[in-house]
Design a protein around this ligand. Structure first.
Ligand code: NAD
Length: 257
């Protein structure tokens, strides 16, 4: 391996790894030589993780004990957590007037409280080594809003606050924290939304992609999960040691308006 591509092997914990962006991050990290614990509530994630060369821990991250158990499993297997990627997420599309309270709470538990609890549990292990990387997979909906996604957008905006606070507290301890903010990525999470958005807006599915999802985009295509994984890989690297407290849009030009 040339010195330009050499990566120090690290221990990584990645959440939401049974499909989409999380699965792509696990594969990329394994290719970089990291030891990876893939965490998901879907047991199908085991085969996906093992195929990539990662270990798997089954956990419903809406449960605080399961968050702590996931970090404990990484510590038991590999001896610590150097890189934490908070990626697990769900979507629910409904107007504020009709938004079910239990969905609001589920989204907050999974997409804001779990990243906090995982960060809290991983922190002492990063501090002990004087090296840590926290990468929060937020969204362009951490920067701007769209109708029909109150809980998701609120959780993602909150994730930026968590990222900035972790960056300030981690600065003297060798721990960086950053967020990535993609626009629409070709994953099951988006596939499911197309039908929901069609119903909400009384449109057909092709119109949803062209006139809602790609309306603000300068580049008229969906993003590939691997493109997001490459950015996560950079933020997790030694090369990104001076980068902290930042949000990186990978948004096809959406927010250039
Ligand atoms: P996805 O549906 O393909 O993957 C989400 C993963 O989270 C799945 O493996 C699922 O099993 C897991 N998960 C869901 N609930 C869980 C729970 N309670 N406990 C543990 N695991 C759980 O979605 P994706 O598009 O790859 O999304 C990954 C992240 O990227 C999410 O946080 C999402 O908000 C964010 N994101 C996605 C897009 C996009 O367009 N796809 C854009 C911006 C941000």
């Amino acid at each position: 391996m040339s010195s330009q591509t050499a990566t120090t092997p690290r221990i990584a914990l990645v959440t939401g790894t049974s499909s989409g962006i999380g699965a792509a991050v696990v594969e990329h990290f394994c290719q970089l030589g990291h030891q990876v614990l893939a965490v998901d509530f879907n047991p199908a994630g085991k085969a996906i993780a093992e195929k990539a060369g990662a270990a798997f821990f089954e956990a419903d991250l809406t449960d605080p004990e399961a968050c702590r158990a996931a970090v404990a499993d990484a510590v038991k297997r590999f001896g610590g957590v150097d890189i934490l990627v908070n990626n697990a997420g769900i979507q629910h599309v409904a107007s504020i007037e009709t938004f079910p309270e239990e969905k609001w709470r589920q989204i907050m538990d999974l997409m804001l409280t779990a990243p906090f609890l995982l960060t809290q549990a991983a922190w002492p292990h990063m501090r002990e080594k004087g090296w840590g990387r926290i990468i929060n997979v937020a969204s362009i909906h951490a920067q701007v809003a769209s109708p029909g996604k109150a809980a998701y957008i609120s959780a993602k905006h909150g994730m930026i606050g968590l990222t900035k606070t972790a960056a300030l507290e981690g600065g003297e301890q060798g721990i960086t924290a950053n967020a990535v903010c993609p626009a629409y990525v070709k994953t099951p999470l988006v596939d499911n939304q197309i039908a929901d958005q069609a119903k909400l807006n009384n449109m057909d599915e092709k119109d949803v992609i062209e006139n809602i999802m790609l309306k603000q985009a300068a580049i008229k295509r969906l993003i590939e999960p691997e493109e997001v994984a490459q950015l996560v890989g950079y933020l997790a690297s030694d090369a990104a040691g001076a980068v902290t407290g930042s949000s990186f849009n990978i948004d096809l030009g959406w927010t250039a308006h």
